[in-house]
Design a protein around this ligand. Structure first.
Ligand SMILES: [Fe+2]
Ligand SMILES: [Fe+2]
Length: 155
């Protein structure tokens, strides 16, 4: 589940992120199918850095989990929002849920959009489900508890 601390940390990371290290990125791309790699490449540099940092989390025990961790936020690529637009979408969604429109609504809806993109890319069920459910409380996630806990630790 997303927390205020998580949002603040991600905001400040996004200000200083220059994008992923090419060597680490090559490692991650080696775990993805071609269609997953195409989706990954649609993400902003800051989001790819977050994807890589997530995939490298030591709590993950296999490559299937690393792929799910890497692609959980891929739906954000659809909104095309920059850092300030994301802050607006996040705060607007808290203040007036259900009233966001356009790219702001797409940003808030990135779990569902990402899951659809990954399903269309023939990703594994675990990858699709984690994208769809990564903002839910762990108790509501339909993945096995230990898997959901590892993926949440990686986010
Ligand atoms: Fe997310
Ligand atoms: Fe995330």
């Amino acid at each position: 589940m997303i927390s205020g601390a998580h949002l603040v940390r991600r905001f400040f990371q996004s200000l200083v992120d220059r994008g992923p290290d090419p060597t680490e990125e090559a490692w991650l791309l080696g775990l993805l199918t071609q269609s997953e790699a195409d989706l990954y490449q649609q993400m902003s540099a800051a989001d790819r850095r977050h994807a890589l940092r997530s995939a490298e989390c030591p709590a993950l025990v296999n490559d299937a989990q690393r792929v799910a961790a890497a692609l959980h936020d891929v739906g954000k690529a659809r909104s095309g929002l920059g850092t300030l637009g994301r802050v607006g979408a996040t705060l607007g969604g808290i203040a007036a849920p259900g009233r966001l429109r356009g790219r702001w609504a797409d940003y808030r809806d990135h779990p569902r959009l990402g899951a659809t993109m990954l399903r269309e890319a023939d990703s594994a069920d675990q990858t699709v489900v984690w994208a769809a459910e990564h903002h839910l409380p762990l108790s509501e996630c339909s993945l096995p508890r230990d898997v959901a806990a590892a993926l949440a630790a990686a986010d």
